[in-house]
Design a protein around this ligand. Structure first.
Ligand code: FES
Ligand SMILES: [Fe+2]
Length: 434
């Protein structure tokens, strides 16, 4: 019998080993995590013009994200209302209407069912096409060009959901001209649970020296300065978090891809308008790893942007883009794309190291005796603080604060019937983490 209140102990900093493989927990996640939170859908740079579309997923639901004639964006379940086959098979394209490959029902970009082959002959006037439009994702909002969708009409706005993380996102995305995602993305399927890579990116700097030891040795780099003052970790109310290393953000990328370094316009503190503080300038050129709750991650400085789509409790589809500054030249973007897929693509030198760990955290934790133990994320407990200069709850860079913050909100999601309950339950989030 599943008792969700026993899965996560925020105060102790421990988690049940069941969360990485249990089917019952997974079904509840589909309803209460993915059915309730804002999920990354696309970046506006992927659909710049009316009628442009991309296909993606919200957890296991296929979704079609379609730019409208008025410039707004709508998202629909990518599924024909007739016999239910997938409507749009392409990854991306541009069309003012799409026809189903099965019997040819045709839908326009606003989701209306426009034509049904041989309608008069076969249906007479019995088919009410107005009730057979594509099922629309009820909430679609974008922030700084990043488009998110939410299945819950009662959810707070996207900006409220980003919470304290918005201040940080403003820093890494506010390069002159903005940022964009370069595609087509890389894709791979891995046997792991969707939370493992997200928690890795949300704030696990600790693993660098061990997990990535051989590649760091090969390129003659020390892992990182793990000591006090080397960086900052932060977590926010709705589970988003990141770790920031105060080294120059591109130094690792350039070590792995020297041919990119030759043409790369690196970020400089003076790029920013005069009203920015010295701290904001320092963070702007620092190296970041981070995750948006529940399943989207990024590396600023390795220029990687990822979504971890669940396919059951023990399988994920990874989608990887290069995250570029729009002001980069075409040649810079080309070399950056190569660099991103070389490091964090399907066969990326760093990606491969991480995925081995993520896979081995799933099957072995199912063992009857193993599952009775707890996972430990206690590093930095007691050190978390509020800081007048940095929003959220913060700690030194090497800490497990963000992992605890991620699972704190995860536990709130699983225990709540709706957003009203979820808001109440997460009200005291700071006190829980301090
Ligand atoms: S299933 Fe789409 S037209 Fe029949
Ligand atoms: Fe890693």
């Amino acid at each position: 019998m599943l008792d969700v209140n026993e899965l996560i102990d925020v105060e102790a900093g421990t988690q049940s080993r069941r969360i990485f493989w249990d089917k019952e927990i997974y079904e509840l996640e589909l309803e209460r995590v993915f059915g309730r939170c804002w999920l990354f859908l696309a970046h506006e740079s992927q659909i710049p013009n009316p009628n442009d579309y991309v296909t993606t997923r919200m957890a296991e639901d296929d979704v079609l994200v379609w730019r409208q004639a008025d410039g707004s964006t709508k998202a629909f379940l990518n599924q024909c209302l007739h016999r239910g086959t997938k409507l749009c098979m392409a990854e991306a394209g541009s069309a003012n209407a799409l026809s189903c490959i099965y019997h040819g029902w045709q839908y326009d970009a606003a989701g209306n069912l426009k034509t049904v082959p041989l309608e008069n002959m076969l249906y007479g006037d019995s088919l009410d096409k107005s009730k057979l439009g594509l099922r629309e994702v009820p909430r679609v909002e974008s922030y700084r060009g990043f488009v998110f969708g939410c299945m819950d009409p009662d959810a707070p706005s996207l900006e409220e959901f980003l919470g304290d993380d918005k201040w940080y996102m403003d820093i890494w995305s506010d390069v002159p001209g903005g940022v964009e995602l370069l595609g087509p993305p890389g894709r791979s399927i891995i046997r792991t649970n969707w939370k493992l890579p997200t928690e890795g990116f949300v704030g696990d700097v600790y693993h660098l020296g061990m997990t990535h030891g051989s590649i760091l040795k090969a390129i003659a780099r020390p892992a990182a300065d793990f000591g006090p003052g080397a960086g900052l970790q932060s977590t926010s109310r709705y589970g988003h978090g990141h770790a920031i290393q105060f080294m120059h953000q591109n130094s690792l990328l350039h070590s792995v891809s020297p041919e990119l370094a030759e043409v790369h316009q690196v970020r400089k503190p003076e790029d920013l308008p005069e009203d920015r503080t010295d701290d904001q300038r320092k963070l702007y050129t620092s190296f970041w790893d981070g995750s948006f709750f529940p399943n989207c991650s990024y590396l600023i400085g390795l220029n990687v942007f990822k979504v971890w789509h669940p396919i059951g409790p023990d399988k994920i589809e990874i989608v990887t883009w290069a995250l570029a500054d729009k002001r980069m030249s075409d040649e810079e973007k080309r070399r950056l794309t190569v660099a991103v897929h070389r490091t964090f693509g399907t066969a990326g030198t760093l990606e491969g190291d991480d995925m081995d760990n993520f896979e081995f955290c799933v099957r072995p934790n199912k063992g009857y005796f193993t599952r009775q133990g707890k996972l430990n994320a206690q590093m930095g407990k007691g050190n978390a603080r509020l800081d007048p200069k940095f929003p959220g709850v913060v700690d030194e860079m090497v800490s497990e604060l963000s992992i605890r913050g991620y699972y704190r909100f995860y536990a709130d999601c699983l225990a709540s019937e709706n957003w009203e309950e979820l808001q109440k339950r997460s009200e005291k989030w700071k006190e829980q983490l301090l």
